[in-house]
Design a protein around this ligand. Structure first.
Ligand code: AMP
Length: 249
């Protein structure tokens, strides 16, 4: 079965984002960018399905500027077979991304599409759900275990207060949660090999998708600074202060 995986290039999770002086967004000048961590988990899961003989081909897709190709090459170095880059310098909203992925799904006819549960830059947690709705496919979000067999996939989902296991008919859309797997690092030989794996480019126009924005960002601000704490000299002093605050009786 063919597996499509969506990977987004985002600000690296170790970087502390800086808000632009004019409050219009996050300053990305000279900032380290990486594959969205949940998408690394999505790529890893697809590779594990291929290693088990369940998946036959892994196609990775990224929507974004020219540098998104670096992210696609990372996914190819991890073990994906082929990449599709939808080129745009615009910031595309989840609905636009979902429409583009739906068009690619029409062309590629995968049995499974795996996305991250959310991109850590905008924290939308929306694209997988919108994609499933556009395609009319079942969705298994926040997956911590996947088990495809005979036209179905069993998905264990991380829900409030526990785990829920669902069976979905294929084709289906899955979004990954943190505990699904631990992604591998690409080895140097595989990084070299990835340079010659196929990478196709397309534009939103070629796919017939209007990606114009429907949301307007009014203002971006830094989180409020944390107040400095008090140092206490002893446990008794700590308990006294907590009592004075009414935290303990
Ligand atoms: P979001 O709904 O924006 O939080 O993103 C959820 C998931 O959708 C991400 O983890 C990716 O798998 C996918 N996705 C979002 N934006 C893009 C993009 N520009 N290119 C490829 N995949 C994307």
């Amino acid at each position: 079965m063919k597996v499509l995986v969506a990977v987004k290039r985002v600000i690296d999770y170790n970087v502390k984002p800086r808000v632009k002086m004019d409050g219009t967004g996050v300053d990305l000048t000279n900032v380290k960018m990486s594959m969205n961590p949940f998408d690394e988990i999505a790529v890893e899961e697809a590779i594990r399905l291929k290693e088990k003989g369940v998946a036959t081909e892994i196609v990775v897709v990224s929507i974004g500027p020219a540098k998104a190709q670096e992210t696609l090459r990372t996914a190819l170095a991890m073990g994906a077979d082929r990449a599709v880059h939808v080129t745009t310098d615009e910031e595309v909203e989840p609905l636009g991304v979902a429409k583009l992925l739906a068009k690619i799904a029409d062309e590629e006819q995968p049995q499974l599409i795996i996305l991250g549960k959310q991109a850590i830059d905008d924290d939308n947690n929306a694209t997988g759900q919108m994609l499933a709705a556009l395609l009319g496919w079942p969705q298994g979000t926040f997956a911590s275990k996947l088990d495809p067999s005979d036209g179905e996939v069993s998905v264990t989902r991380e829900v409030d207060g526990g785990l829920e296991t669902d069976k979905l008919k294929l084709p289906a859309v899955i979004t990954t949660d943190l505990r699904l797997n631990e992604p591998r690092y690409a080895s140097l030989p595989n990084i070299m090999k990835a340079k010659s794996k196929p990478l196709a480019t397309k534009t939103p126009d070629e796919l017939g998708v209007d990606i114009s924005r429907r949301l307007e960002t009014l203002k971006v601000t830094e989180p409020p600074k944390r107040q400095a704490g008090d140092k206490v000299g002893s446990v008794d002093e700590l308990v006294g202060k907590l009592k004075a605050l009414g935290v303990v009786a």
